[in-house]
Design a protein around this ligand. Structure first.
Ligand code: RIB
Length: 334
């Protein structure tokens, strides 16, 4: 089709009326999930964007940004939220902060809620699997930036760290320390960051010809760390945890088993949250530049809102290896 695609075109292909298409776009909660998916698929395939008159019917800018994260009680997120807020406040924007509790249904409700509040844009850290509700924003060109977690099928802006490289560097260090058997105790298997860390782990397994390893997926929480140790067939020489909270739970469990860290077993984290350098033992981990992640996501979102033709952009920040007491010292070069 060479002319601009209209709502009537979408309606015709979907075999529904234009008012139904309008409801799918403007009041998605009033149509069935099947119908919504069908119409949204056609909208995406034909690259349809509602015309400016329709968009103009939306209320004027409130200078409010929605931020969806899994859980603010994970100390990874407060520093990120500060980075977002410090930047956007200077630009005259306020935040509505929403916790999804890593729950897909809750996350869907939150996205619908933010849309109904007419926010100017959204910074989104998804809980795992693809959440189709984000199309409420992406199909209407309402600015959205992915933070920490990407959906590969969406081409919106994002800010992440190089998780694969961070995990690979950590594993290289552990191999140099002389560790021979490994277990990766990871976060939720569908989460982008957990998948990428798994990829970095496997890259090292291949490169260093590691034969003795085990992988368990759980949640990015203290409790899950504790439980994942119980799922192992045997305790390896080093436990590589998907994040610092998992590592805290693992340390607790390992000590309950009467083993000492790092003399009997090494433990590592990922994030370097504020307490990790004060933990007993202090934690060897991979530092994510949390404040910067938030600030960069806010900058991107701000540009998408204020500059009319701003193209989506991806930013990949570098994580940093932090060596502390929970692992033994280097024995050799590899
Ligand atoms: O869900 C929390 C985790 O996801 C964080 O700890 C961080 O590692 C992120 O990727």
């Amino acid at each position: 089709m060479s002319r601009k695609v209209s709502m009537k075109d979408i309606a015709k292909i979907a075999g529904v009326s234009p008012s139904t298409v309008s409801r799918v776009i403007n009041k998605p909660s009033e149509v069935s999930e099947g119908l919504r998916k069908k119409v949204m698929k056609i909208i995406k395939e034909l690259n349809y964007t509602p015309n400016s008159v329709a968009q103009g019917l939306r209320k004027g800018s409130m200078k409010v940004i929605g931020v969806v994260i899994p859980d603010i009680t994970n100390p990874f997120f407060p520093a990120i939220v500060r980075g977002i807020e410090d930047f956007l406040r200077k630009k005259g924007y306020s935040l509505v902060l929403c916790n999804s509790d890593q729950d897909m249904e809750e996350e869907k409700k939150l996205l619908k809620f933010l849309y109904s509040k007419n926010v100017d844009g959204v910074i989104f850290t998804g809980s795992g699997e693809y959440n189709p509700e984000i199309e409420i924003f992406t199909s209407r060109n309402i600015p959205l930036v992915f933070l920490d977690r990407i959906y590969k099928k969406e081409s919106s802006s994002y800010v992440i760290v190089d998780n694969v490289d961070g995990m690979f560097k950590l594993m290289t260090y552990l191999v140099k320390c002389g560790y021979k058997s490994f277990a990766l105790l990871n976060g939720y298997k569908e989460t982008f960051s957990a998948k990428a860390r798994y990829e970095g782990f496997l890259k090292a397994v291949k490169k260093y010809n590691i034969k003795n390893y085990e992988v368990v997926f759980g949640r990015f929480t203290y409790e899950s760390g504790y439980e994942m140790v119980e799922k192992l067939s045997k305790i390896p020489e080093v436990l590589v945890c998907g994040n610092d909270l998992i590592a805290y739970g693992v340390i607790n469990k390992i000590e309950k088993l009467g083993l000492s860290i790092p003399d009997d077993v090494g433990v590592t984290g990922f994030d370097d949250i504020a307490f990790s350098k004060h933990y007993k033992p202090s934690l060897t981990t991979v530092r994510q530049p949390m404040y910067q992640i938030g600030k960069k996501a806010a900058e991107l979102l701000f540009k998408m809102i204020e500059l009319e033709k701003y193209k989506p952009k991806g930013i990949v920040l570098n994580p940093e290896l932090v060596i502390r007491e929970s692992t033994k010292k280097i024995e050799m070069e590899v």
